[in-house]
Design a protein around this ligand. Structure first.
Ligand code: CAO
Length: 416
C-alpha cells in the first residue's frame, strides 16, 4: 500500500516530546523522517526515566517510532555542511529548540529559505514570536499554566492543577503537524515553502476555548450555571475551577461505584443529558422524578444537582463501574468507567484497533505504545521501533554521496 506521505523527506531536529510527537505522526503516514541528534548523547529522553539499563527509555521509544537516526554535530563546520546538503534535498525541517538556538547555529529561517526555497520550516516554541515571554524555555506544565489550563483545572478549594494529558507537548505537536500538512498543500499551489510556527501557550489555549467562553459569560451575567459554585457558592470575576463538572450544557460528575473504598478508580462519569431525563429516571428506578416539578427541567434540577448525584451513587453502590455502564448504555446515557492505564493497556478493543500496539525493539524486547489515533479506510499505519542512536548515520551520509572513508574521518572528529 502506498502511504500518503511517501516521498516527503523530513529533517527531524526535535527533542523531548512536543516536536517528536509531530514528526512521529508524519512518519506513521509514510514520510521519511530523519532525526538529527547530537553525537554521543542524542535526544535527552533516550536517558530519561530509564527502566532498563543501557536501553533507550520508553519516553524516547514511544515518541520516535518509524524514524531514522542521524548523529550530527551541527555546531562543527563539517556537521553544518552535511545539514546544508540535507536541507537542499528535504521538504520539511521541524525543530523545537529553545528560542534562538537554530539562529545561533547559523540556520535562521532566511538562511534555510535561501538554501531551499521550497522547504517548509516548522517550529514549536513556548510562546509565539513577539510575545512578551518569547525568550522563555518551556516544558509541558509551564505551558499548561500559561495557556489557561491550570487555572481552570482542579477543585475550587485547591491550587491550580496540571492535567496528566500532554496539552502543552503532544497537543502542540499535533497542531504543528496540521500546519505542516497545510503548508505542503500550499506549496503544491505556490511552489514555495514557508515558515510554520506553533506556540505551546496558543495550543493549550485553543483546547481551553470553552473557558474563554465562560470568562465572557461570567463578565456578562455574573455566574456560570453549570459550575458547582451555582447557585449556592460565590463567583469572582475570573472563571473558577469547576472540579469534575461537565464543560457544556450537560451536568455531569465522577460518581463512586462498588468498591470505591479500596479501589481509587472504582468510578464512572455520569452525564445528565437534558433530553435524556426520562431514561435516566427509568434506569435509576425513579419514574416519579420524570414529571416532578423539582426534577423535570434542567433549571429545576440544577439547585440540587448534588443531591441527585448522591441518589445515583446510592444506586451505583452495589454495581462495579463496568456493570453500571452496561446497564446505563441500554438507556442511552452518556457515561464511561474511569479506566486505569493497566486496563487501557490490556483492552482488547484498543489492541484490535491498533490504538495500543506492541513493538519489537532491538535492545528492549517488546514494548507497548500508542499507535495512530487517526483511522483511515485506505491506510493502516504500521508502528515500527524507534531507531538506536545514529543507527542510520551511514545510510543517510552514503545517500548524500559520502564515502566510507569520509564517514570514518567524520567519526574521528566527532562530527557524526
Ligand atoms: N549538534 C550541536 N548542537 C546541538 C544539536 C546538535 N545536533 N542539537 C541541539 N544542539 C544545541 C542547540 O544548538 C543549543 O545550543 P545553544 O543554546 O548553545 O545555542 C543547545 O543544544 C540546547 O538546546 P535547547 O535550548 O533546545 O535545550 P535545553 O535542554 O536547554 O532546553 C527545552 C530544552 C525543551 C526547554 C527547549 O528546547 C525549549 O524551550 N524548546 C521549545 C519549547 C518546547 O518544545 N518545549 C517542549 C519540550 S517537551 O516538554
Amino acid at each position: 500500500m502506498t502511504k500518503p506521505l511517501e516521498g516527503i523527506k523530513i529533517i527531524d531536529f526535535t527533542h523531548v516530546q512536543a516536536g517528536p510527537a509531530c514528526t512521529q505522526l508524519l512518519a506513521w503516514f509514510g514520510a521519511d523522517v530523519i532525526k538529527v541528534e547530537r553525537p554521543g548523547s542524542g535526544d535527552v529522553t533516550r536517558n530519561q526515566l530509564r527502566d532498563i539499563p543501557d536501553a533507550d527509555a520508553l519516553y524516547f521509544t514511544m515518541l520516535n517510532s518509524n524514524k531514522k537516526s542521524l548523529t550530527l554535530d551541527t555546531k562543527k563546520p563539517e556537521g553544518k555542511e552535511i545539514l546544508e546538503k540535507l536541507v537542499r534535498e528535504s521538504d520539511v525541517l521541524v525543530e523545537n529548540f529553545g528560542p534562538g538556538a537554530l539562529d545561533r547555529m547559523g540556520f535562521s529561517w532566511e538562511r534555510l529559505n535561501e538554501l531551499n526555497p521550497k522547504m517548509i520550516v516548522a517550529s514549536v516554541k513556548g510562546f509565539s514570536d513577539g510575545h512578551h515571554y518569547d525568550d522563555l524555555k518551556v516544558y509541558e506544565n509551564v505551558a499548561q499554566c500559561a495557556g489557561g489550563a491550570a487555572s481552570t483545572t482542579g477543585f475550587w478549594d485547591g491550587p491550580p492543577t496540571i492535567s496528566a494529558a500532554a496539552l502543552g507537548d503532544s497537543n502542540t505537536g499535533m497542531h504543528l503537524a496540521i500546519g505542516i500538512l497545510t503548508a505542503l498543500l500550499g506549496r503544491d499551489k505556490s511552489g514555495k515553502g514557508q515558515k510554520v510556527a506553533v506556540s505551546m501557550q496558543d495550543s493549550v489555549l485553543n483546547l481551553c476555548r470553552v473557558k474563554l467562553r465562560d470568562q465572557q459569560r461570567l463578565e456578562r451575567v455574573g455566574y456560570l450555571e453549570e459550575y458547582p459554585q451555582y447557585p449556592h457558592g460565590e463567583f469572582s470575576d475570573v472563571v473558577p475551577r469547576g472540579g469534575n463538572a461537565g464543560g457544556g450544557g450537560q451536568p455531569g460528575w465522577v460518581l463512586k461505584c462498588k468498591g470505591w473504598e479500596t479501589d481509587p478508580n472504582a468510578y464512572i462519569y455520569f452525564t445528565i443529558q437534558g433530553h435524556a431525563w426520562a431514561p435516566i429516571c427509568h434506569a435509576l428506578g425513579k419514574p416519579e422524578w420524570i414529571d416532578d416539578p423539582a426534577y423535570k427541567t434542567p433549571e429545576a434540577r440544577q439547585p440540587h444537582i448534588f443531591e441527585i448525584f448522591k441518589t445515583i451513587e446510592a444506586w451505583l453502590s452495589d454495581k462495579t463501574k463496568f456493570e453500571a455502564v452496561d446497564i446505563l448504555r441500554k438507556f442511552d446515557i452518556p457515561c464511561a468507567p474511569v479506566l486505569t492505564m493497566k486496563e487501557l493497556a490490556n483492552d482488547p478493543s484498543l489492541r484490535a484497533s491498533g490504538t495500543i500496539v506492541e513493538v519489537p525493539h532491538k535492545k528492549r524486547g517488546t514494548y507497548l505504545t500508542v499507535g495512530s489515533p487517526i483511522k483511515f479506510s485506505d491506510l493502516q499505519p504500521e508502528v515500527t521501533a524507534s531507531p538506536l542512536l545514529g543507527e542510520h548515520t551511514e545510510e543517510v551520509l552514503a545517500g548524500l554521496g559520502y564515502s566510507q572513508q569520509d564517514i570514518f574521518n567524520l567519526r574521528e572528529i566527532k562530527a557524526v
